[in-house]
Every structure is written in structure tokens, then in C-alpha cells.
Design a protein around this ligand. Structure first.
Ligand SMILES: [Fe+2]
Length: 198
């Protein structure tokens, strides 16, 4: 059965990301080859992959296209700050969006390159998957960095993500949800973030 995978911040072609993110490679060629091999080791041709931003940076267009063509699966881009006009419009993505709302195995998911404090469906169990921060902020029980720096430089599935969300400290959520017993009136869309009612 075809799977859905998530990844972000591959930064193909970006030599400086090796030092900036502490990636264990000695050249950008080695970096790109390893990420391509890792991707194709877990993604089957019939699978779907959502790239949650920063697919490539400083790669020339031809290099970016050749890398794209080597990566398996139907690929969707959620735009990151480093995705050039060519990456956004010159590669044959199945879709290119600023933000994506999808349901996978009954799980509502909001995809955005940037980590969010609140999002559509947060109180009914929707989770948010992001990139951008390169493993520099905590995983919450309902939101998670899917960037390659967090996941051994490869895409991940919801199964992998759920295990990490389940292990996240749930005290982070204490001020995030409504107090016990406080029930919003029907049709009222009330959210409380760090004690502030929105
Ligand atoms: Fe990035």
C-alpha cells in the first residue's frame, strides 16, 4: 500500500548547511548523494512525499532538476523561505502551496514551513508539521519538526511522527488547552493559547 511521507529542509546544493546544521558530510556532493539515497531507501515510486520547505538552496537550476528527477514518489512542495522561483515554478511538483491541510489515516495535519502556535483544528486533534528550525525547538505533543536534521536525513511517515509526539512532554500542553469543564458554546470557536483566549 502506498505511503505518505514528510520531510523538510533538505537544502540540496547548499554547502554551508553542512556546517550550519552540523550534518555529518564532508562535501555538498556527498551530502546530496546521501540524502537522495536515504530518500529512495524509504520512499517507493507509488508513495507521496510532502516537502515542507527548503528543498534546495544555492543549487543551480540544472542540478536542482536532476536531483528532483532522482527522488522517488509524487512530490508536493510546501514553500520554504529558501525555495527559489525556479524550485517553486520550474520543477514538476504535484502541488506548490504556502500551507497544506490534509488528512492521513484519519489524522488531520496542517503543513507549514514555519512552526505555529495554533492552527485550524488544533482543539479537535489536528497536528502541525513544520521545518525551518533545523531541530532547534522542542517537539510538542501535537507539533513536530519533520526536517531532515531531526530524522537521520530521511523522510518520515505519520507512524514515526506519532511515536515522537507521544514521547513529548505533555506538560507543554497544560496552558494550551481549555480548562477542564470549560465548554465552548455550540458554534463558538474558542481557543486558548498560553492562557489567552483567541
Ligand atoms: Fe531550512
Amino acid at each position: 500500500m502506498a505511503k505518505v511521507h514528510f520531510t523538510a529542509d533538505t537544502h540540496f546544493g547548499h554547502a554551508s548547511i553542512i556546517r550550519m546544521a552540523g550534518r555529518p558530510f564532508t562535501s555538498v556532493e556527498e551530502h546530496d548523494q546521501a540524502l537522495i539515497d536515504n530518500w529512495n531507501a524509504v520512499v517507493a515510486p507509488a508513495d507521496t512525499v510532502f516537502v515542507v520547505g527548503d528543498f534546495a538552496h544555492k543549487a543551480d537550476n540544472d542540478r536542482a532538476r536532476k536531483i528532483f528527477e532522482r527522488l522517488r514518489g509524487t512530490k508536493h512542495l510546501v514553500i520554504g523561505n529558501h525555495d527559489s522561483e525556479f524550485v517553486r515554478t520550474g520543477l514538476p511538483w504535484a502541488s506548490v502551496m504556502d500551507r497544506v491541510k490534509i488528512t492521513v489515516d484519519g489524522q488531520k495535519i496542517v503543513l507549514d514551513h514555519y512552526p505555529m502556535r495554533s492552527w485550524e483544528g488544533v482543539r479537535s486533534g489536528a497536528i502541525q508539521l513544520y521545518g525551518h528550525v533545523h531541530n532547534r525547538i522542542d517537539v510538542w505533543p501535537n507539533s513536530c519538526d519533520v526536517g531532515v536534521d531531526c530524522w537521520g536525513y530521511r523522510p518520515v511517515t505519520l507512524l514515526d511522527i506519532r511515536a515522537r509526539l507521544d514521547a513529548a512532554p505533555h506538560h507543554l500542553m497544560e496552558e494550551y488547552v481549555l480548562d477542564d469543564g470549560e465548554v465552548p458554546a455550540e458554534g463558538e470557536d474558542v481557543e486558548v493559547v498560553n492562557g489567552v483566549k483567541l
